[in-house]
Design a protein around this ligand. Sequence first.
Ligand SMILES: Nc1ncnc2c1ncn2[C@@H]1O[C@H](COP(=O)(O)OP(=O)(O)OP(=O)(O)O)[C@@H](O)[C@H]1O
Ligand SMILES: [Mg+2]
Length: 420
Amino acid sequence: MDRQSGRAGIDFGTSNTLAAVRTPDGVRVCEIDPVNADPHLLPTLLYFSRYGWRRIGRAATHAYHKEPDDRYIRGLKWALPDYAPDETIRIFERRYTVSDLIGLVLGAVREQVEAELGTPVSHVTLGRPVRFSPDARVDTQAGEMLRAGAEAAGFESVRFLTEPEAATRYYFATEEALTDATVLVFDFGGGTLDLCLARFGRGEYQVLSTGGVSIGGSLLDQVLFEKKLLHHLGKGVRWGRGLDLPNHIFTRLVNPDEAWRLSEVEYARMVRGILNDSTAWGTSTPQLRTFYTVVSRRMGPDLFNAIETAKMRLSEVEETEIRFSREGVEILEPLTRAELWTLFREQLDAIRALILEVLGRGGRSARNVDRVLLAGGSSALICVQELLQDLFGPERVPVRQDLFTSIVSGLALDAGTERA
Ligand SMILES: Nc1ncnc2c1ncn2[C@@H]1O[C@H](COP(=O)(O)OP(=O)(O)OP(=O)(O)O)[C@@H](O)[C@H]1O
Ligand SMILES: [Mg+2]
């Protein structure tokens, strides 16, 4: 067996998972989701049918559209810091730890890679964010749970590299013109922002500092949901018997990254409560009836898709709208690029603060940085690129095409190198 092909890099992402292997002349990103528009990206999604079967990746979305009532899991990576290693989630008749669920995703990825290579894969270099949690104990535990997931998937040897370091490694291998240069890798994904400040020397690079924070595209979608859509769903409307429904209840029931964590019983009880209260309140609250329809028909994932689609569209055009129309729920909410600066103010300020902190710890200031290298889907946001151009100057922030593949490519380079 070719020893290189038995070793893979996997970027287990909040939104997308990728796998790659080192080849004699570089890296090959594997096709791990045959039914996704881009088969190199496996959307990190799981679907459990009440009849015992399950789907992973884009097939999970198709299954959810046929039967929204079964369990559709999104944002699995972000359950890592929220659960204990032995804590279980009940899905119909069975109980799963978060590591079990991750094991199912990584196991499916492993099978696809093995089928493509025609050889077993026993080693994986896995990416991980710089920080799963600001709490060091939780952070270590989340890493161990991810390792347990990889072991459950059948990998015999598991190594970690932080995601921005992986991208740094790949950029160092490919950006040949950048020598004796200070670079900042800016990896802004679905769940986290991860930074790596490095010095590219001749023949090797040195990491000066890293930093990470739990701000990503999913959080931005949630901000858009709360600030732009909640008023369509009864925010601010007096709830039955004088009760006001707090935002976190709306979010918990509608946001697909959280809704799957509720048991069927808990979910049904909350939905029944909404129905009772809104009927008691009579016909004068159309928004609450809309909310009831969204929750009881489990439209959350599609509603969030509509939000995400509009957000992504603003990377191409100046203005668009969040559009959703299904079973009597009609939402049309204008959204402009300029507005994102205001809506994401808090997150953009936190991003700027993290950059300055990482620069400070690395003993550099913004003007010492020769190049900012972008990675992660959220780096496509124009407001984020403008923030970076403002800090570093436009010529130092080139926009590249490989936002989604640089991390997994660096992981594959690491996996292909045997080290103790
Ligand atoms: N054109 C775009 N404009 C704005 N955001 C985008 C665009 N394309 C993708 N995104 C966002 O990028 C995120 C996915 O990026 P990516 O696949 O890099 O994340 P991930 O690796 O799964 O997450 P993480 O590394 O944080 O675990 C999603 O939140 C998506 O909405
Ligand atoms: Mg990522």
